[in-house]
Design a protein around this ligand. Structure first.
Ligand code: NAD
Length: 370
């Protein structure tokens, strides 16, 4: 029987509250469905600092490396604002990303029909929106050397960041985008700035060559990243999968996120290259939101981003496509019924807390799975 190992890192603030709702879904799947999960749990962020004096302990890091998938809640909060820089809560997440070599960041932007009024765009532009931004996460201008501020000696200083990409980095992120497109609407749009950047020229050439060599069944377009940003807010439904570098991906994924309404709705996944022997990718799934200290402990956080992150985990780490579809449908159905947490509350809807929202989604998931 397949053993699926999950390592849970709830973290701080609303992280543990949201993770508790996922745990209920895992418990149901273990009890009722063929092939369940083994779970283990660790500490990350401020909670790890309080116990271990580090943002993640070596022992928990080892468990994360060995797991089939890591589910991460959120880290941080005012309690840890003054801890030393190397052990600040975010250092735990950065270490996970670095040690697990998570180079591919997947950020879906899905606009549930029931929430189309919450977008800053007209409802007809976003209703039914389902796009996936694939962002390169470990290279580009955030990491390239030299990276420094130098004194020019004439009263002026110079700040330098270096945008740098090698062929293999572009090939592997393009491969992820094409493969994911095949499981969706089979279209990829690659975004760069080849008109003004050499790294953009290479990006464009390598994506084109990768497409020709291995993925010619997928439709490929290229767009300059600035035009892409404009098109994202003009007619977002034209896109299926967007693949782009670290810097442009950082911005474009936030733009796409806001098309869908609330931070409490947005899941994400980060994947490594496949292991040479097992073929498995290391993977970390996390909501886009932070630890929300302003609402932590009040039982009002929206658990949907965390639950939708688990749905991505079912889909991408375990190929449990039907289960992932059902879980996403369960979220949509609950929203259709007018059940809302405070952050997505609308006129005429019924406001609930974290636990009630989790229960409603679980009940719907059970009904769909029956
Ligand atoms: P945040 O995402 O925690 O909160 C921003 C706003 O959105 C808050 O008003 C919050 O109440 C609301 N919000 C967020 N998630 C919500 C949810 N699920 N349901 C309802 N409302 C929700 O961002 P912030 O306030 O800038 O940061 C707070 C802390 O989180 C900081 O310590 C920051 O460093 C950390 N942070 C962590 C991560 C992470 O763990 N990946 C990401 C971003 C911020």
């Amino acid at each position: 029987m397949t053993v699926r190992n999950l390592f849970l890192l709830p973290g701080d603030g609303i992280g543990p509250e949201a993770m508790a709702e996922v745990r209920k879904i895992i418990a149901y799947m273990n009890a009722e469905m063929a092939g369940g999960f083994t779970t283990d749990e660790g500490l990350v962020g401020g909670s790890a600092y309080d116990t271990h004096g580090a943002a993640i302990s070596d022992a928990d890091m080892e468990k994360a490396m060995a797991a089939d998938a890591v589910l991460f809640g959120a880290v941080g909060g005012p309690k840890w604002d003054d801890v030393p820089y190397e052990v600040r809560p975010e250092a735990g997440l950065l270490r996970l990303r670095k040690d697990m070599q998570l180079f591919a960041n997947l950020r879906p932007a899905i606009c549930y029909p029931a929430l189309s009024d919450a977008s800053s765009l007209k409802p007809e532009l976003v209703e039914g929106l389902d796009i996936l931004i694939v962002r390169e996460l470990t290279g580009g201008v955030y990491f390239g050397e030299p990276k420094e501020i130098i004194d020019l000696g004439n009263g002026q200083k110079r700040g330098i960041d270096t945008q740098v990409y090698d062929t293999y980095e572009i090939e592997r992120i393009a491969g992820v985008a094409f493969e994911l497109a095949r499981t969706r609407n089979n279209r990829v749009c690659s975004m760069e700035k080849r008109n003004v950047m050499k790294s953009g020229v290479l990006w464009n050439q390598v994506v084109t060559a990768t497409h020709k060599a291995k993925y010619s069944d997928v439709a490929l377009d290229h767009m300059l990243a600035d035009a892409g940003g404009m098109q994202l807010v003009r007619a977002p439904k034209q896109f299926d999968v967007i693949v782009t570098d670290n810097l442009f991906g950082d911005m474009l994924s936030d733009v796409a996120a806001m098309l869908t309404g609330s931070l409490g709705m947005l899941p994400s996944a980060s994947l490594s290259a496949p292991d040479a022997t097992s073929g498995k990718r290391k993977a970390l799934y996390e909501p886009v939101h932070g630890s929300a200290p302003d609402i932590a402990g009040k039982g009002i956080a929206n658990p949907i981003a965390m639950i939708a992150s688990f749905a991505m985990c079912l889909r991408y780490s375990f190929n449990l496509v039907k289960e992932a579809d059902n879980l996403e449908k369960a979220i949509a159905n609950v929203l259709d019924k007018g059940v809302r947490t405070g952050d997505i509350m609308a006129d005429g809807a019924r406001q609930v807390g974290t636990v009630e929202m989790g229960d409603a989604i679980l009940a719907e998931f059970k009904a769909l799975s029956a």
